[in-house]
Design a protein around this ligand. Structure first.
Ligand code: KG4
Ligand code: ZN
Length: 338
């Protein structure tokens, strides 16, 4: 089955073509306009999707050496995400499926991230623990089976990527902040400032928050520390602050996964989402996994950040199991993983 997948949940306009589980083409157009505003401007994101989606799909099909009429099914992200952005992708996918007379499937963006580690052959097989760390989400999931997810903990305030982006702003770095903070941190001392480890608010009575995350305290601690410095001192200490912040955030993530793994002793742990590009984080998780004899999986950086290949991979699983969406499908901005 030749599957065309569309992803427009935030500020990436993306399309991918997959045949079986083989990825034939993958295109991602990042909307750079948001850099001017230091964050995603929803109205501009929707407009850019409207302008770009058709050429991106045409380009992706030509990369796969396919014509539009060769497409056997259409998959699209229908949530979570920005409503205007989701509407562009969902409306486009429905129109295409209607015109071609092929099945259409709405995919949960977070489930796409879960499948992103399985775009290559030797990905993790359930049961495993997956940590999705992105700009909008921090979710620790026990993947019991593909399609059966038990959320063990989520952030109670800022997402891990959001904390990177906000700290980047405090340090005067460009958006998106994660890569900029990582680059600066590489030249700093992670022990220079003892920032508080992100506080865990485990609530055993709420299954979805047994292993909760919290990063706003850490971000505020960085803000207060930076505020006390003169411009010249801040410039001098910037790299140390970035390294110390990154150290505290990564430690909090590893510690929570370590706690969860004691209750859910799976053979494998997977990382996904934009923050999983971070090399220091990958190294910390490699050390943790080695210490417990676990397999560690993470996607190539291009499949960590938002992309349509992961949407295609998730859709491929569900379509093979007979799942279809009606052409009345509506986007769900707050869609949860279930
Ligand atoms: O998964 P993603 O592309 O979008 C969402 O679904 O949110 O993640 C984007 C987030 C941004 O917050 C960005 O700053 C962060 O991932 N990020 C990083 C790195 N690369 C991207 N954070 C830390 N280190 C990185 N190298
Ligand atoms: Zn994402």
């Amino acid at each position: 089955m030749r599957l065309l997948a569309i992803e427009t949940s935030c500020d990436e306009t993306a399309a991918a073509v997959m045949n079986g589980t083989q990825l034939l083409a993958n295109t991602i157009a990042t909307q750079e306009i948001h850099q001017l505003y230091g964050g995603v401007v929803p109205e501009l994101a929707s407009r850019a999707h409207v302008q770009r989606l058709v050429p991106i799909v045409q380009h992706t099909l030509s990369q796969a050496h396919l014509a539009l009429t060769d497409v056997d099914a259409v998959a699209v992200t229908y949530g979570p995400g920005l409503i205007g952005s989701l509407l562009v992708g969902v409306s486009f996918a429905k129109a295409l499926a209607l015109q071609l007379g092929v099945p259409m499937l709405g995919v949960n963006h977070m489930e796409g991230h879960l499948f992103s580690t399985n775009l290559k052959p030797a990905g993790p097989e359930p049961p495993f623990l997956s940590l999705i760390i992105s700009g909008g989400h921090t979710i620790l999931t026990h993947v019991r089976e593909w399609g059966q997810y038990e959320i063990l903990g989520q952030t109670q305030d800022d997402a891990a990527g959001e904390a990177f982006d906000k700290v980047a702003k405090i340090l005067g770095l460009a958006y998106p902040g994660g890569p900029a903070v990582e680059k600066l941190a590489a030249t700093g001392n992670p022990q220079a400032v003892q920032f508080p480890q992100a506080r865990l608010k485990n609530t055993p009575d709420s299954p979805r928050q047994r292993f909760a995350f919290s990063f706003s305290g850490l971000k505020t601690a960085v803000l207060y520390y930076a505020r006390k410095l003169s411009a010249a001192e801040l410039e001098k200490q910037k790299a140390d602050i970035a390294a110390s912040f990154q150290f505290a955030l990564i430690n909090a993530l590893v510690n929570n996964v370590a706690l969860a793994h004691e209750q859910f002793p799976t053979q494998a742990v997977a990382l996904a989402g934009g923050v999983a590009c971070n090399k220091t984080l990958r190294h910390a998780f490699s050390q943790f996994s080695a210490s417990r004899g676990l397999q560690l999986h993470f996607p190539e950086p291009i499949f960590c950040t938002d992309n349509a290949a992961m949407i295609a991979r998730a859709a491929q699983f569900h379509l093979a199991n007979g799942k279809r969406s009606p052409l009345t499908l509506a986007p769900v901005p707050g869609l949860v993983l279930s």
